[in-house]
Design a protein around this ligand. Structure first.
Ligand code: GDP
Length: 591
């Protein structure tokens, strides 16, 4: 784009109406764009900064948004260390584009650099672990995925000290790499780049460095910059030691500290229910020492620490800052990203939870759309869509026929129905957990939903649909899949005009006149501006005049004046053609 970008400052969250005003766009256009991206929002609905950024990008506006409270937000920590704070180990996240090797790297470190590797491995999923390099410890968040990171940020906590950005040397910088760099910068985390897959013949680490340097201002140290870039192979293990050294080095420059002689506080990084254990919650301690018997509050949940385990599952008597632990004893499940604090007794815990619930009820009046939601919707839309279901039935025979019939629900190939779990018997907690982690729907045929499982499903917002009639179940599946289809954009041609005069050109308005050469023109229509058959811009007809009078419609063969709204300045010329059309979003039905 040749135009220089305009910088607009907006708050961390704005209403759709406010954003439209800031961008100088008709609010309907903004709503339409959100809708196209799978978000149905009203003028008063709040969207977060990331969503606004994405939408501005999608609209192709020459505008750069800046966060008004950026510094404030990014540096917000759970607690600012006092003078008495003592050094703590760094907390590290691994981010990067899909398939660039995040999981492989995290596994490689887990299996070579942790006590778990000696103790014979870890059987359950952990969300953070501690790696040791030369007697120094660092905590790695094993929740790759930018969504998780975005959620943490949304809760106001810049949790990570260092972000390892993994870039595959045979693939280079990709959209999620860029997103990762942005997240890391927003969170004020230090960046170390791991150039992965250097074992491959097609690896080209210099290309990655050049991309990062020229397009993202990450200049490699060896080229005189200050970003450490370590070539590695997560597969063979090559370079991993050097990578961890680099992480420790940049962490050292941060002089990370935390208080220990204060009530423990930190973040919930994972929470689920387990049969026989109840709530199992992974926490990352930010300050203080946590012990069994402590009362904890996290968001709207509280409890007393019944067991305190390290990441390998070994019991602990005490855990300090920057330590990931697993606790049981929460009465309800807290949410990922909730801040937990230790309080002195149960009464205080209950009072805090009550307050949190009240606050939430107050805030619930405005629904928020977050960038993470939007990204999810966008990727869902662009990838082949999947409708994931879990099927439970009373007996094997009916289970088989429900599954067979579900597989026959026609989709026209656009949405794939995937049965990710099935079984005979009532819906269980583990069905709900599976559904929750994979965003699936549970269908039950002639089975029940026990009250405890129902509560869990409600809390995790998992849809459980019970039927006794197979056709109703299939109808439900069909309707749910239709709801997933992105609406179709239908454009209808209305007319065309040849520009005979251009009277005024302002930043967002052009006043011009011409002859309607086909069909008609009315106010409110959209128009494609074409020159020599090429489209220059899309504009909106704000009003139409015939003989200096406001007109409703002007038909073929007639002359008229037009007031056109534009989103970027355009230089209309005599001889240009305007093609008028309407654009509607039409909900689609399955073929
Ligand atoms: P993620 O999506 O970023 O978590 O990527 P994964 O860790 O799942 O890796 C994606 C694919 O790349 C897998 O097939 C891995 O085996 C492969 N892979 C990851 N690291 C390396 C590497 O260093 N060398 C090679 N040759 N393959 C790798």
């Amino acid at each position: 784009m040749s135009q220089t970008e305009k910088v607009l400052v907006i708050a961390d969250s704005v209403t759709v109406g406010e954003l439209a005003q800031t961008l100088n766009l008709p609010v309907t256009r903004l709503i339409g764009e959100l809708f196209k991206n799978g978000v149905s929002a009203t003028i008063n609905q709040r969207i977060d900064f990331e969503t606004a950024e994405i939408i501005v990008e999608e609209l192709g506006l020459a505008v750069k948004l800046q966060r008004k409270v950026a510094e404030h937000h990014a540096t917000q920590r759970l607690h600012t260390p006092s003078d008495k704070a003592t050094p703590r180990s760094p907390i590290v996240a691994v981010m990067g584009h899909v398939d660039h090797g995040k999981t492989t790297l995290l596994d490689a470190i887990l299996h070579t650099k942790t006590v778990a590797s000696e103790a014979g491995g870890i059987t359950q999923h952990i969300s953070a672990y501690q790696a040791t390099k030369d007697d120094r410890v660092m905590t790695l968040l094993d929740t790759p995925g930018h969504e998780a990171f975005a959620a943490l940020r949304q809760h106001g906590a810049a949790l990570t000290d260092v972000v390892i950005i993994v870039v595959a040397a045979d693939d280079g910088v990709k959209p999620q790499t860029v997103e990762a760099i942005r997240f890391a910068r927003d969170a004020n985390a230090k960046i170390v780049v791991a150039i992965n897959k250097i074992d491959k013949d097609t690896a080209n680490p210099d290309m990655v460095k050049a991309q990062l340097a020229s397009e993202h201002s990450l200049n490699p140290e060896e080229w005189g910059g200050d970003t450490i870039m370590v070539p590695i192979s997560a597969k063979t293990g090559q370079g991993i030691d050097a990578l961890l050294d680099a992480v420790l080095l940049v962490a050292d420059m941060e002089e990370l500290r935390a208080d220990t002689e204060v009530p423990a506080e930190g973040l919930v990084i994972e929470a689920h229910m387990e049969r026989g254990r109840g709530s199992v919650v992974n926490l990352l301690i930010n300050q203080g020492k946590l012990k069994p018997g402590h009362f904890l509050v996290a968001g709207q949940a509280y409890g007393k620490v019944r067991t305190l385990l390290d990441f390998t599952g070994e019991p602990l008597k005490l855990a300090g800052p920057a330590t990931p632990v697993t606790v049981t004893g929460f009465k309800e499940l807290p949410q990922f990203g909730d801040i937990f604090t230790v309080v002195s007794n149960e009464k205080q815990a209950r009072a805090l939870v009550e307050k949190a619930k009240l606050d939430q009820a107050r805030n619930a009046a405005t629904t928020n759309v977050t960038g993470a939601d939007l990204l999810k919707l966008m990727t869902q839309k662009h990838d082949a869509q999947e409708f994931d279901v879990i099927v439970k039935a009373d007996v094997q025979g009916s289970l088989t026929s429900v599954m067979d019939s579900l597989r026959l629900v026609e989709t026209g190939g656009e949405i794939t129905l995937r049965i990710i779990g099935h079984g005979v018997g009532n819906v269980t907690e583990s069905d709900v957990r599976l559904a929750s982690s994979s965003q699936a729907i549970i269908y039950g045929f002639n089975v029940e939903l026990p009250p405890a499982v129902k509560r869990l499903a409600m809390r995790d917002k998992v849809a459980v649909r019970l039927y006794n009639v197979i056709y109703e179940l299939l109808d439900d599946a069909r309707h749910s899949m239709e709801a997933m289809l992105a609406p179709e954009v239908v454009e209808t041609e209305v007319g065309a005009l040849e520009v005979k005069g251009v009277f005024r050109t302002m930043r967002d308005t052009v006043i011009a006149g011409g002859e309607v050469i086909s069909g008609k023109v009315t106010a409110g229509l959209l128009a494609r501006v074409k020159r020599d058959g090429e489209q220059l811009a899309e504009v909106e007809v704000a009003s139409v005049q015939r003989q200096q009078q406001e007109a409703k419609e002007v038909f073929e063969g007639e002359l008229c004046g037009l007031n056109l709204k534009t989103h970027k300045k355009i230089q209309l010329e005599i001889g240009d053609t305007l093609e008028f059309f309407t654009r509607e979003l039409v909900k689609r039905a399955l073929g």
